[in-house]
Design a protein around this ligand. Structure first.
Ligand SMILES: Cc1cc2nc3c(=O)[nH]c(=O)nc-3n(C[C@H](O)[C@H](O)[C@H](O)COP(=O)(O)OP(=O)(O)OC[C@H]3O[C@@H](n4cnc5c(N)ncnc54)[C@H](O)[C@@H]3O)c2cc1C
Length: 403
């Protein structure tokens, strides 16, 4: 599965940071994590940090899937509003989900602590009303978020103009957000895992799985046999191929990054990410070097060759949208790309076992605009499952919620 087109910024910036060996012999471990993207890395880190004997296999180079294409805005704000989620699953469940996303931000900071070059920074997040008719909905959403104990401050049109140079009918501002280099984070976590004695293997393809009463036997394309008590499938959008019911639909998201912009021109955007209430939405945030990462214009294209052809045109459209909101910027684009993105009907992820494979095969489908935040939550959720504890989000983030 070809997950990206063009020049994903993180792979360009960092290159191949470390070569892990391919698996050339049989192996035995407590938990086998399949997939060396940010989801697999966070789950393996969580498990290893709590005494589990973990091994990770990746079919290509580490971080080379969707992780290298991600714009990595870390937010508690789910694509589905808190009020909409409350209508679907009840106010208590919706609040638990939103609060878990907020708590995932300091958890991500802790996971990144001590790793070099990962550019983890707390940021503010500005959620703009794209049209004036969205204003009452966003104000009500702000009230609901504050009632749920989350930070959400209403910004008037005057404040938006004076402080951010944006012309909009209103916005929600929160201090609960962050950014990270997801590719460097993934390498950093997996290199630390390797130093702790866990096996990390790239160029190792999972080909078959055989669950049994006491464990799971996995076979790689090169013929190695891995015996594990549990297997976690963190294969990004390819994970869907291992599940009969279709739980998400693939689409593409487009992004570009600018040359570094003078700090004075960037102003508050240095520490404020921006997105909007339209669907699909434009999203942007600065990097530590003062570049602006801009993404959006998601579409239903799932054919790599067709997506490749759209990258340049989409980058031009994104630039137009950016200048609509922030005409003072006039930035120079440096690289543009597209990546596969999956959406579930309700914007929530799926973590945990599915009846098709039994209790020892755990899915990690961190699908949605908050993929990385979900991966952090999923790490704790899957660990709870392996340790036979019930996690507060097991029902809402597991396959149980499907009708
Ligand atoms: C353009 C774009 C912008 C995004 N912006 C944001 C954002 O702002 N904030 C946010 O939180 N999320 C964002 N996301 C989503 C986020 O990037 C993803 O949720 C995240 O990268 C998924 O990581 P993953 O590890 O699950 O998948 P991947 O990074 O794709 O990793 C899965 C790995 O599994 C490997 N694999 C597959 N099959 C096999 C096999 N059979 N054997 C061995 N290995 C296998 C693949 O090679 C791959 O490396 C964005 C995504 C895109 C594309």
């Amino acid at each position: 599965m070809d997950l990206k087109s063009g020049y994903p910024w993180w792979a360009v910036r960092n290159g191949l940071l470390h070569a892990f060996p391919p698996l050339q012999q049989d192996l035995q471990c407590d938990v086998l994590v399949v997939g060396g993207g940010v989801t697999g890395a966070l789950i393996a880190d969580e498990l290893c940090g709590h005494g589990h004997d973990v091994a990770v296999i990746e079919q290509r180079d580490i971080g080379w899937g969707s992780t290298s294409a991600s714009t990595a805005l870390l937010q508690y704000e789910i694509d589905t509003h808190l009020l909409e989620l409350a209508e679907q699953y009840g106010a208590d469940a919706a609040t638990v989900a939103y609060r878990a996303c907020a708590e995932a931000l300091p958890a991500l900071r802790d996971a990144a602590r001590g790793l070099r070059g990962v550019d983890f920074q707390r940021m503010d997040s500005l959620y703009l009303a794209s049209r004036s008719r969205d204003v009452p909905r966003l104000m009500a959403e702000g009230d609901a978020r504050r009632r749920a104990g989350l930070d959400a401050r209403w910004q008037t049109p005057q404040r938006l103009r004076e402080h951010f140079g944006v012309d909009a009918g209103g916005a929600l501002l929160t201090r609960q957000a962050a950014r990270v280099d997801p590719y460097a984070l993934t390498y950093g976590l997996l290199q630390r895992l390797q130093r702790r004695g866990c096996g990390v293997y790239d160029r190792t393809v999972l080909e078959a799985l055989q669950p049994g009463p006491r464990g799971v036997t996995a076979r790689t394309a090169a013929g190695a046999v891995i015996k594990a008590r549990h297997v976690v499938l963190a294969m990004g959008y390819a994970t869907q191929h291992w599940l009969k019911p279709r739980v998400a639909r693939n689409c593409s998201s487009y992004a570009f990054i600018t040359d570094p912009i003078d700090a004075q021109v960037l102003g508050p955007l240095q520490q404020t990410m921006v997105w909007e209430s339209a669907r699909p939405y434009l999203y942007l945030r600065a990097t530590g070097e003062g570049r602006l990462l801009v993404g959006g214009l998601d579409d239903a294209i799932d054919v790599p060759a067709r997506r490749d052809r759209r990258v340049q045109g989409k980058a031009r459209q994104l630039m137009k949208q950016l200048l609509h909101w922030l005409p003072q910027l006039q930035p120079t684009p440096a690289f543009s790309w597209a990546g596969t993105f999956a959406e579930t009907a309700d914007g929530l992820p799926f973590f945990g076992p599915h009846a098709q494979w039994g209790p020892r095969v755990h899915f990690a489908m961190a699908y949605g605009g908050n993929g990385i935040t979900y991966s952090m939550i999923g790490a704790g959720l899957l660990r709870a499952g392996l340790e036979r504890r019930r996690h507060p989000l097991q029902g809402l983030f597991g396959f149980e919620r499907r009708a």
